[in-house]
Design a protein around this ligand. Structure first.
Ligand code: NAD
Length: 500
């Protein structure tokens, strides 16, 4: 072999090795580190050959802002930097947020509990683990395609830009974390006005997330938080011209305010999930499931069991099953006493609401408030009430569950529909009869409908499917995912590119 031939063979071998090692056929793999993969201008993408660079982000703020205009401007710059990065870089930002939630769950959960002072302390860390496990990233982005005589059309999921976010006190950091992963996966940045009673943990969590993302990708402020949130700052976000979309998670007041803003709003509003138990149900399983769902974080979850309607033929057995499963039974008089403490009825009528002092309280604290002593291991109080009890009609969000005796299955469903108030959130049935399940499912018309399991199963917790902390029942998007936070964009090539 000549020297020239030797060289050709060496070059060929090098090329083959390069190909095998890169796994990208010798092409450059999508960037996962700091480098921008596509430069942009202020109005969007420009070809790489133009030589312009991604905008420099305002650094070392790590998302901490007192002023809405400054926060939106920083989030806008960050978003413009994000969209010129690869999908792999977006995904690595999402993974950093999940990793922090996983690795620091105990410490962050402890901080959330210390600040908000509501719920069941051990569940705070668990909720952050759940946030890490359930938060979907770029894998959830879907592209649609049509191919035919006229050519090819692609339908792609584009970002909105800066999203205005409102989070609840019931799960301040878990909501922000899952929203952030979903929204960043979709190419957005966010400005969050957290609940004032959960503002410190939201700001601290955002600081950790931004810092990690900045260190890996060189982009700061993808998740901006108003550190001193007020109704005024919420309204500034609602009306800001650079905020393209609002995503609110909270009660009826904030949902109404967001819908009045004139912007597109995705609203994860209130619920008051009813449970129906019919004569065919496995009562011991029903009791265990009801207790599991209703006691999670002391009933702070919007999807948790809030009132139970039981047909009269198995009412007494169901009440006994609840005791066997560990709940503490109160008398109807004690239930009325507790209703007076936990629920306030608006003076001008309307739906009763929870009294702040008892939201997320332990059952021992509730029992003490009415002079009852219960075992330290008990997780739930329960007892019989009328369907008109404020504990049935109000979203109590605490460790007591009212049980209503019903003449028939149909009456139980009618009362359940009434108690749900048209929130279209969650309902639950315990039954072995498919006819009853179908009847109730149609009548309730809720976003989640769970059969023979705890409410949590409807959100991926022990049931099939994915989950989130923002279930958009009010505006119909349902369990939010990265796709929820995208804009539909279509790209059509006429009479070309179809290769068959
Ligand atoms: P909340 O309504 O008191 O507060 C929620 C957020 O809205 C807070 O950040 C608050 O500061 C803000 N807010 C309230 N009124 C506002 C207004 N008029 N304008 C602008 N912002 C306003 O609710 P909460 O106690 O924090 O959370 C519990 C409520 O949230 C329950 O009703 C629960 O069902 C609901 N929730 C729903 C979901 C869901 O996924 N659907 C998830 C969690 C909580």
């Amino acid at each position: 072999m000549t020297e020239q031939n030797d060289q050709v063979v060496r070059q060929l071998v090098e090329k083959v090795l390069q190909h095998v090692e890169s796994g990208w056929g010798g092409r450059v793999a999508p960037a996962t580190g700091k480098g921008a993969s596509k430069p942009i201008t202020s109005s969007g993408y420009v070809p790489a050959s133009s030589g312009s660079a991604a905008p420099a982000t305002t650094t070392n703020r790590f998302g901490q802002f007192t002023n809405v205009d400054d926060a939106v401007a920083a989030a806008k710059t960050a978003q413009r930097a994000l969209v010129c990065r690869s999908l792999a870089q977006r995904e690595s930002a999402c993974e950093l947020i999940r990793q922090i939630c996983r690795d620091q769950a105990v410490e962050l959960g402890r901080m959330e509990f210390a600040e908000t002072k509501i719920g069941h302390a051990p569940h705070k860390a668990q909720k952050l683990q759940v946030a890490a496990d359930c938060a979907m990233g770029t894998e959830a982005l879907k592209t649609g395609c049509f191919s035919g005589d006229y050519g090819i059309t692609l339908e792609e999921a584009g970002p909105w830009g800066v999203i205005g976010v409102i989070t609840p006190v019931t799960h301040s950091l878990p909501t922000l974390a899952v929203n952030a992963v979903n929204m960043i996966a979709a190419g957005n940045s966010l400005v969050c006005n957290p609940h004032p009673s959960g503002k410190k943990i939201a700001a601290y969590g955002a600081m950790l997330f931004n810092k990690a993302i900045y260190e890996k990708l060189g982009i700061d402020n993808l998740i901006c938080v108003i550190t001193e949130p007020t109704l005024e700052s919420a309204n500034q976000i609602f009306s800001h011209s650079d905020v393209g979309l609002l995503v609110v998670t909270g009660g009826p007041g904030v949902v109404a305010a967001a819908l009045r803003s004139g912007k597109r709003a995705i609203c994860a509003g209130p619920g008051n999930p009813p449970v129906v138990v019919d004569a065919s149900a496995d009562l011991d399983n029903a009791a265990r499931c009801i207790i599991e769902g209703a006691t999670y974080d002391n009933n702070l979850l919007c999807l948790a069991e809030k009132e139970v309607f039981v047909v009269s033929s198995v009412f007494d057995q169901m009440m006994d099953a609840m005791s066997r499963a560990g709940a503490h039974r109160l008398t109807p008089q004690q239930m009325d006493q507790l209703a007076g403490k936990c629920i306030a009825s608006p003076s001008g009528g309307g739906i009763p609401h929870a009294v702040k002092e008892f939201v997320g309280a332990e059952p021992q604290a509730l029992a003490q408030a009415i002079g009852v002593s219960i075992s330290p291991s008990c997780r739930l109080l329960y007892g019989q009430t009328d369907a008109t009890s404020p504990l049935v009609q109000g979203e109590q969000m605490t460790s007591v569950l009212p049980f209503v005796k019903c003449d028939s299955f149909e009456q139980a469903v009618d009362l359940a529909v009434e108690a749900e108030h048209g929130f279209r959130h969650t309902s639950i049935i315990h039954s072995r009869l498919v006819d009853h399940m179908t009847y109730m499912g149609k009548a309730m018309n809720t976003t989640l409908f769970v059969k023979n399991g705890p409410s949590l199963a409807g959100n991926g917790g022990g049931g099939e499917g994915y989950g989130t902390f923002s279930i958009a029942c009010s505006t119909g998007e349902g369990i939010t995912t990265p796709m929820t936070f995208t804009r539909f964009r279509r790209c059509t090539m006429v009479e070309n590119l179809r290769i068959i």
